[in-house]
Design a protein around this ligand. Structure first.
Ligand code: ZN
Length: 323
């Protein structure tokens, strides 16, 4: 389990919780509903079908929000959507108000989320990227939320919306999906890996690789898969260097490097959401041509490449002959 430096000060300025039905009560939030095509034959109630549905939706949304033309027609056309700051200001439930120090992060997964966001921001800030800016917000919700990429329900896992540069997620995703139903690794660092992956999408947005994904083309070498593998690679970069990140006054955020056991959890999680694993579970067979995120092996490989090599160049999935 990651341990935070008890003396570190947390910056809550970008982390908000909008609670149940976030966005719905603020007026005018009735944007276009998300219409996400679900492969046939997958149940929507409980069981493994429900799990996979949630994972798939998570997987799909990450791709859908790349500005690639709005698969399903609804996304990216949310004219008049609330800005993240207005949304957050209007509806912040105060969930994170008590998160002040690294000690709080050691005692609460909510506060740990804030600490990880701070660590990701500090890490990427130190890379001196042209056009660097932190994500607009990390917003947690339950039920549903209005975003500039359309409305999302809690069935949707974590996603990054480039239109408002915000990471959204329902925190019950980790308990219900990854842990309880997939029998996956227990909470903790799994969430941080996913957060680092979504932050990776923000980095791809900043450096311009996200704009290389212009079609809905799928398959193991497709631009969409390359973008996803880049996010995994970026997550690996941060994981390796997380212990070097610090708060505003230079106090380290983590008490120690990310432990090997947590790195193993991250890799397990990356593999668990590999397209081949999901297809095997839902369809009983694997169809490479419809891959959107890459196989378990691809995801593990690119996470580890980021972890071991630690450079943007090493994560240039778009220049690689094969990924
Ligand atoms: Zn993704």
């Amino acid at each position: 389990m990651v341990r935070f430096n008890p003396k570190a000060r947390l910056d809550r300025s970008r982390v908000r919780d909008v609670g149940r039905g976030g966005g719905g009560g603020a007026g005018g939030a009735g944007g276009p509903g998300m219409r996400i095509p679900i492969p046939g034959g997958i149940g929507t109630k409980g069981g493994i079908g429900g799990v996979i549905l949630a994972v798939l939706v998570y997987v799909l949304v990450s791709c859908l929000n790349n500005g690639g033309g709005g698969l399903g027609g609804g996304l990216g056309a949310a004219g008049g959507a609330l800005s993240p700051s207005r949304l957050g200001d209007a509806q912040d439930t105060g969930r994170y108000d008590s998160c002040e120090t690294g000690e709080d992060a050691n005692n609460s997964q909510d506060c740990a989320r804030v600490a990880i966001e701070n660590s990701l921001t500090d890490f990427w800030e130190s890379r001196n990227l042209a056009d660097w800016r932190p994500e607009q917000a990390l917003i947690t919700f339950s039920g549903s939320v209005a975003t500039q990429c359309g409305n999302a329900t809690s069935a949707v896992g974590p996603f990054y919306c480039p239109a408002d540069e915000t990471i959204y997620y329902d925190t019950t995703f980790y308990d219900q999906v990854l842990e309880d139903q997939l029998g996956g690794p227990d909470g903790g660092f799994v969430e941080f890996y996913v957060l680092a992956h979504e932050y990776g999408h923000h980095i791809s947005n900043i450096i311009g690789t996200m704009s290389k994904v212009r079609s809905q083309e799928t398959g193991p070498q497709s631009p969409g898969v390359r973008l996803e593998l880049q996010a995994d690679c970026f997550a690996g970069m941060w994981t390796r260097h997380a212990d070097g990140t610090s708060d505003e006054s230079g106090e380290p955020l983590l008490a120690e490097p990310v432990p090997e056991s947590d790195i193993a959890l991250a890799i397990d999680a990356a593999e668990a959401v590999g397209d081949d694993r999901i297809q095997q579970k839902t369809q009983g067979h694997v169809n490479e041509e419809s891959w959107t995120h890459g196989s378990a092996e691809q995801r593990r490989t690119w996470f580890m490449r980021g972890y071991e090599e630690g450079t943007l160049e090493a994560c240039d999935t778009f220049s690689a002959d094969r990924v």
